[in-house]
Design a protein around this ligand. Sequence first.
Ligand code: NAP
Length: 245
Amino acid sequence: MSRNALITGASRGIGKEIALLLAKERCNVIVNYNNSKKEAEELVEFIKQNYGVEAYSFKADVSSEKEIDQLVDFAYSKFKNIDILINNAGICIDKEVADRTVSDFLKTFSLNLFGVFYLSKIIGKRMFESKFGKIVNISSNNSINGFYPTTIDYDASKSALNSLTKNLAVEFSPFVNVNAVAPGWIDTDMNKELLTEDIKEMESERILKKRIGSPRDVAEVVSFLVSNKADYVDGQVIVVDGGMF
Ligand code: NAP
């Protein structure tokens, strides 16, 4: 049976890879984007041509309640049920603690936490009513080993996201599985400036797998969590960082 999935921030990076993998595994997908319209439309065309599933792109800033409402209306106009929700969209702004403001915190939290709460609240309720659903939140290993003061707000938002994940798992039990995946270093645009070749080499040394992760490394774990193989995994934060301590 094919499932219907909504992936936020799926125009690039980890979200794109998740959309590709779920579509390959016979899910219909809604590719949410904010700025990268062309990338999202190209991804949808690629998915339709290569995997023969239904695919749609939809622009919505998922830090805005109003735009989340529009995204939800669009999603349920295309599909009777949303079976899988991947809360992937996130931002991380590097800044010294001394320069960091409460407004910076609010911006980061609006997307990384508040938007996830609002979208999950609406879709989770409908999943519960249909007696099936899988929600995966993309957290970060910074939520557990948060030792980068230049991302102090990001780390706090992801720690809060882990807590939100567990509470939502309780709220929507027993029909909806809510889990989080906490990646380590993943090679995407998010780290484009930070991860120079030198830094990559240095960071790889302290990772047990001796390499920076790929979006596919994360997508594979998400694919497992939304499959029936993970029906008994609920309220968990799964770290995918190649082994970093
Ligand atoms: P990325 O390459 O910067 O891509 C970010 C994606 O999020 C883009 O598709 C972007 O869409 C979308 N996005 C940003 N703001 C949005 C908004 N307001 N509304 C809707 N979509 C929005 O990032 P990534 O590395 O793939 O990260 C994906 C997730 O993994 C994030 O939650 C991040 O915190 C987490 N993560 C990443 C790493 C890492 O090392 N890369 C590690 C741990 C956790 P547009 O371009 O269309 O605006």
